[in-house]
Design a protein around this ligand. Structure first.
Ligand code: ASP
Ligand code: MG
Length: 406
């Protein structure tokens, strides 16, 4: 008798009919003889609506209150799902994150899971019940409710799977798995039957929305296979696991894009020790996460420093950086909020020359200007004009498609 964790996203539980559909799917898993733990997201756009409501009341909602407010979205969906299961004759119980033993630090709105004390979940499973856990939330040592950051229910699901020693964590969403590119943009994009953690982590971090990067990271750490599939079909989806063949050479596995990129350039910075720290330490203190950082080779001990942030962080970052730029006698501080990034990803690119050249050539053939380039062992990312991102994805998918045939 296997133990499985299933997670259903917001679209899958948006409305009574969909909740009943999900209940039927869970019942089918239970009928197979498996022990089933389910993690749910809030219904539809509930979380966005709650955030909006909070900001209608105040410009600066308290972190603690906001997290309690947002956690209610998942409470609603978990209780309704438990009711729907009982209605079709299955013993089910809903648990909040706190009741399920999800212990976190106290960083409101982006809490990290410290440990999962899963005794209560185990006890209910032993009684033969289906356990429905409210995703995206936990509790601090002080018994305050926290949330894990947007999209955090995936993380809840994999953390529970790890703590319970589940055979697999199934993530059900509105697309039928991981594709070579966003299938809404590229109709020819192919669904991948399987993908390794490392590649999936890069894809998710660089814009593929199908599974949260933190969940992939946890899955890799605890060797939990993650199956991503649609809750609206019986398609097996994509299995993310550690056993994917490493010797698949000369292949790009997938293409990711992200439209949420803004750039700041501090122009004419003195090239001396301590300058980068003087800029990035205050940014870190302000809670602004930096993505790409590029420093030009200096000429006459003067250089330019460019970095990117999420668009929503641009104004805050400029407020921090402008006075610093002045104090270090930089020439100017410029920004551009209309950028996006595109990435080609695949372990097959490791130690294989030619991928970067091919990528740049494809972009140039489409007259797409590259502003910044960053790479990892298995990824090449170009930051380009936001308006050209979709053209770039199409062009790159076409250019590398041959390699993606299995
Ligand atoms: N409901 C939360 C959000 O929309 C968490 C989740 O969906 O995973 O971000
Ligand atoms: Mg959601």
């Amino acid at each position: 008798m296997a133990l499985i964790v299933q997670k259903y996203g917001g679209t899958s539980v948006a409305g009574a009919e969909r909740i009943k559909n999900v209940a039927r799917r869970i019942a089918a898993a239970k009928d197979k003889g498996d022990r089933v733990v389910v993690v749910v997201s809030a219904m539809g756009d509930t979380t966005d609506e709650l955030i909006e409501l909070a900001y209608q009341v105040t410009e600066q909602p308290s972190g603690r209150e906001l997290d309690v407010l947002l956690s209610t979205g998942e409470i609603v969906s978990s209780t309704l799902l438990a009711m729907a299961l009982r209605d079709v004759g299955y013993e089910a119980i809903s648990l909040s994150g706190a009741q399920a033993g999800i212990r976190t630090d106290s960083a409101y709105s982006r809490a990290r899971i410290l440990k999962v004390e899963s005794q209560r979940v185990v006890k209910e499973l032993e009684k033969g019940k289906i356990v429905i856990v409210a995703g995206f939330q936990g509790i601090t040592g002080e018994m305050d409710i926290t949330t894990l950051g947007r999209g955090g229910s995936d993380t809840t699901a994999v953390a529970l799977a790890a703590s319970l020693g589940a055979e697999v964590c199934q993530i059900y969403t509105d697309v039928d798995g991981v594709h070579t590119a966003d299938p809404r943009l590229i109709p020819e994009a192919r669904r991948l039957d399987e993908i390794g953690y490392e590649e999936m982590l890069e894809l998710a971090t660089y814009g593929a929305k199908v599974v949260h990067p933190r969940a992939v990271e946890l899955g890799e750490l605890f060797s939990i296979p993650i199956q991503v599939a649609s809750s609206f079909s019986q398609n097996p989806g994509t299995l993310i696991h550690g056993g994917v063949s490493m010797e698949v050479r000369n292949k790009v596995r997938g293409i990711a894009y992200d439209l949420d990129v803004a750039k700041i350039t501090v122009v004419g910075v003195p090239d001396q020790p301590g300058i980068a720290a003087s800029i990035f330490q205050p940014l870190a203190k302000a809670g602004i996460s930096i993505d790409t950082i590029v420093q030009n080779a200096s000429i006459n001990k003067i250089t330019d420093l460019t970095f990117t942030v999420a668009k929503s962080d641009l104004a805050g970052a400029m407020r921090v950086v402008k006075p610093i730029a002045k104090s270090i006698r930089a020439r100017e501080c410029a920004s551009d909020a209309k950028l996006g990034k595109i990435s080609i990803i695949g372990t097959g690119m490791q130690n294989t020359p030619g991928f970067a050249a091919r990528m740049f050539d494809t972009l140039s053939q489409h007259n797409i200007n590259i502003q910044l380039i960053t790479t990892s062992e298995i990824r090449i990312t170009c930051i380009i004009d936001e308006a050209r991102v979709k053209d770039a994805v199409r062009a790159l998918h076409r250019a590398f498609e041959v390699e993606m045939e299995e």
